[in-house]
Design a protein around this ligand. Sequence first.
Ligand SMILES: *Cc1c(COP(=O)(O)O)cnc(C)c1O
Length: 411
Amino acid sequence: MKFNTALLHDKNVDDRFGSTLPPIYQVSAFSHQSPEALEKVFNNKAPGYAYSRIGNPTVSEFEGRMSGLEGGIGAVACSSGMAAVTMSLLNILASGDEVIASAGLFGGTIDLFGDLRPFGICTRFVKRACVEEIEPLITQHTKAVFVELIGNPALDIADIESVSALLHKYHIPLIVDSTTATPYLIQPLKHGADIVVHSTSKYVNGSGNSISGIIIDGGSFQWNPDRYPGFEEYRKYGKFAYLSKLRNGIWRNVGACVSPNNAFMNIIGLETLGLRMERLCYNALELAKFFDETNGIEVNYPALETSPYYSISQKLLGGRGGAIVTIRAGSKERAFSLINHLQIPLIATNIGDVRTLVIHPASTIYAHGTQEQKINAGVFDDTIRISVGIEDIEDLKEDFAQAINHIREVI
Ligand SMILES: *Cc1c(COP(=O)(O)O)cnc(C)c1O
């Protein structure tokens, strides 16, 4: 099946009444006929559910669909994208370990690497996620490399094919946050990534109605217990070692589960992911071209021929650039004035909504970033991030054109 057909038909709704969508199992616990039966479920000796922090059928349905779309061997859904990022790393790291990450990451993820320092986990950043910059930073302590496929908000594209080939020579896994790309644009596991994470709050959900995340495992990385001592007791699970350790360990014990209702919201969102992404990428490219032709506005969009990431967006993303565009207005005053004159976009800190959203990153999501972190993320005083929506492109262009006309007088 091709992408859009699979979104609708490649699933197994297990329901006695023929419901077209999976039921929402909005329960905390599942009762069993005997203590023997519950003992088996609890100890992974029989399929079934015991408690929704550990497993829930609606959540399983969501996990199965995401894993299928990404070409993984399984998935674990989380309470948020940040929970997914955190759990994906803590499942393999220990005190004394090092991570290499790209500097243009989502602000929350940059902050998280700071939070991990007191636990003895140190992160080194590269400006560009490429072989030349990553290889010199590898040490015997490097246990993971973390990149975003399309950096939010830097909009840099990680060359995951060459980076993963390099890392596998050193037995280091590549973890890819593919939130902004979505499985519609690329399935990173098929290009060498070992683990994929998403903030499913964004494009998967699609309407901005709930927070959630997910971790998907490709199942091909060898978690050698000499380098990853925590994997000793999970050896028996073979290629499912990473997922088994996650499910039976830190994910369940931290309590990072997603609610069944939010999993259901994402299942509905997923069904239109292909349609939405097609329209979003079209609108984003049209808008980017419009900005490119507009005096006084500097635009950053990976699928524009002027972008340094143009050729890699052609190679990895089939020439599509995702749905985020950033522009520079010339000064903070002009950026604020431009935003104030927009009629259609909402001023909100989110991406992946069907509505166009705008934000001034330097004063909000990057307000606590250092000057260096801001520059690496492509966040300047005059930067506006636009999460393009599915509105009619003529309306969006007209709205930005009139707002830009208003700032012509602002110095
Ligand atoms: C939003 C986002 C996150 C964090 O996700 P939440 O669901 O807000 O916790 C992580 N990575 C990227 C790329 C994001 O855009």
